[in-house]
Design a protein around this ligand. Structure first.
Ligand code: FES
Length: 78
């Protein structure tokens, strides 16, 4: 499903970008890593939701301790 019509980004594109990068997940990093930028901003809520799901999945992987390489890379460590 297309989540950003201005840049023609799908939810799959966003998820793949989040999985392939080790920097802190954010809407800005999604756009930066995809080589584009926010234009109208209508997609921001959808991308925030995907970023939040990604962060939650990462916490589930390490048991929520925040003490794994993925959490540290994402800035989720306590
Ligand atoms: S829909 Fe994403 S910037 Fe317009």
């Amino acid at each position: 499903m297309i989540v950003c019509s201005c840049n023609v980004l799908s939810d799959r594109d966003v998820r793949e970008t989040l999985h392939s990068r080790s920097d802190r997940p954010s809407v800005a990093s999604v756009f930066r890593n995809m080589g584009c930028e926010a234009k109208c901003g209508r997609c921001v809520r959808s991308i925030v939701s995907i970023v939040d799901q990604h962060a939650a999945a990462r916490l589930d992987e390490c048991g929520g301790s925040g003490d794994c390489d993925s959490c540290r890379a994402d800035g989720l460590a306590a």
